[in-house]
Design a protein around this ligand. Structure first.
Ligand code: 87F
Length: 509
């Protein structure tokens, strides 16, 4: 039924570029498996998520993106409120004195800090930094606000933008000079409390990836080389992009120990009037999450959105046919939207009359809408609608009487399928390597490598040196919390010394 001789959006016109698009019939001139980088740039722009901006490394986040961000934000914000974490907002600007107070942590990052040096035409007396993260902004006030044990724990979060003036290849969402994130900063009387929170937050990050974005992640601990230098230990969720063979740090939850407390003199008096220093955590996830989702699920027709985060979960397209009155079809479309909306499903009808149904199909496929609902004369006759899935193109006619239940059911199945397919791809990209030769072979095959490691910093440095090349060196991604058995006598893949743990390695973003 449905597609009655409709034209594809790019089937018109004769320009050379359009010809390419016409050949693929997809609206994208590059294929995911053939030219991943250009495919990605095209998808984020053509799906109306991103617009390029005239400052390199900065991107406009369009409503289609912000809707995804807001859904994840609503989930995370509600969850941290259950944990008694409160939202706040600190200024964007950092005075140089405070920024430098914390020399060790800032040292390696200094080149990325952007400064305001002028107002109008005159130089500022003292230049002002723009926050790349807010430890140095917040902690002087933690010192002021925390006096006794009754002021603890202090648990704050802020939703904001940060600026890091990166010089390496900018990629929308994944590496941009300004991005949105939440940053949580908490202080406790004891390390035990801080340790518990680190993992609670990490679990929320796992849920964002797996339950919202349908992207499988590995939870684990960062190596000494890769942890946040200012902290005690860093945990992360790690995703993998099979097309590029790169790992990507999805979000981090740090236990800062007492390093910052020392530096910023964040002290308190306990019940016994003894002086103590607080234990701190900090944690963040950013708009990078969205880039990972696009890279993992997108295909040659464009974006593929997991239903939970899609601004529109079902797009209803009228399919008029010669002698059938349009009114009836349009009526059926708006009734369908009403019914779905009332049931809490985000549905809209595309009733514009200047595009063919086929054009609309391609348009909404490009934008990744999980379900398309087509309504034509035959559907009216049979009291049904035709439903087409974005993830696997499966078509199904469903009776109007059972619309809500079936659509809900299909949306759940789409999420499950996206996650399972992504997990199968990720899992088949994992290679166990016990020797250097196996490691190098797997690395050249763009794998994520699970290897027994001696856990020595110098050896990780060595791995980096030995794998250095044009496309970047390999490094440790994380030591997964879920450790396979490590038989007695297993040796480190890189040093030949006794291995202490299984660790994931690979190139990364
Ligand atoms: C860039 C410039 C200056 C990362 C930077 O991960 C400072 C930094 O401190 C910097 N890039 N970092 C580390 C951020 C650590 C930490 N901050 C709070 C987090 C979670 C949120």
């Amino acid at each position: 039924m449905a597609d009655q001789g409709a034209k594809k959006p790019n089937a018109k016109g004769g320009g050379k570029k359009k010809e390419v698009k016409k050949e693929t019939g997809l609206g994208l001139s590059k294929k995911k498996d053939e030219n991943f980088g250009e495919w990605y740039s095209e998808v984020v722009v053509n799906s109306e998520m991103i617009e390029y901006y005239d400052i390199s490394g900065c991107y406009i986040l369009r409503p289609w993106t912000i809707a995804i961000w807001e859904t994840m934000q609503a989930f995370f914000d509600a969850e941290i409120k259950k944990m008694k974490i409160k939202n706040c907002y600190f200024p964007l600007f950092v005075s140089p004195g405070v920024l430098e107070r914390e020399k060790d942590h800032i040292e390696g990052f200094a080149p990325e800090v952007a400064w305001v040096t002028k107002s109008g035409k005159s130089d500022l007396e003292v230049p002002i930094a723009i926050r790349p993260t807010s430890e140095t902004v917040m902690y002087p006030y933690f010192a002021k606000w925390i006096r006794g044990h009754r002021d603890l724990p202090l648990k704050l979060n802020q939703w904001c933008n940060v600026v890091r003036w990166e010089f390496s290849n900018a990629t929308p969402f994944i590496r941009s000079r300004e991005f949105l994130w939440q940053e949580g900063h908490t202080a406790f009387a004891t390390k035990a409390e801080a340790d518990v929170e680190v993992l609670e937050i990490l679990e929320l990050y796992r849920r964002i990836y797996e339950e919202y974005l349908a992207v499988p992640v590995v939870k684990g601990k960062k190596s000494e080389n890769e942890k946040f230098a200012g902290g005690l230990y860093t945990t992360s969720v790690e995703a993998f992009i099979p097309n590029t063979g790169r790992g990507v740090q999805g979000a981090t939850s740090h236990c800062l120990g007492q390093n910052f407390a020392k530096m910023f003199e964040i002290n308190f008096e306990n019940e016994n009037r003894e002086k103590g220093m607080v234990w701190q955590n900090s944690w963040a996830y950013s708009t990078r999450t969205i880039g990972v989702m696009v890279m993992v699920h997108g295909d040659d027709k464009g974006l593929v959105l997991p239903p939970k985060v899609a601004a529109i979960q079902a797009i209803v397209v009228p399919v008029p046919y010669k002698n059938t009155p349009m009114e009836e079809i349009y009526d059926a479309c708006s009734k369908t939207v009403d019914t779905l909306t009332k049931a809490g499903i985000r549905a809209e009808a595309d009733i514009s009359d200047n595009q063919t149904p086929g054009w609309k199909y391609s348009h909404w496929e490009m934008k990744g809408v999980p379900l398309r609902i087509e309504i034509g004369p035959k559907d009216l006759e049979k009291n049904q609608v035709r439903v087409v899935r974005r993830d696997n193109s499966a078509k199904e006619d469903i009776p109007v009487s059972n619309l809500v239940e079936q659509v809900q059911d299909i949306l759940v199945k789409i999420h499950e399928n996206l996650f399972n397919v992504a997990k199968e791809k990720r899992d088949s990209s994992i290679k166990v390597a016990k020797t250097w030769e196996e490691f190098m072979e797997a690395l050249n095959q763009k794998k994520m490598i699970l290897a027994p490691w001696c856990d020595e910093q110098a050896i990780e440095e060595d791995v980096k040196k030995r794998t250095k090349g044009e496309i970047g060196a390999a490094k440790s991604l994380c030591t997964p919390f879920e450790q396979p058995e490590l038989p007695e006598g297993t040796l480190c893949f890189a040093s030949g010394k006794p291995a202490k743990k299984w660790t994931y390695w690979g190139r990364s973003y």
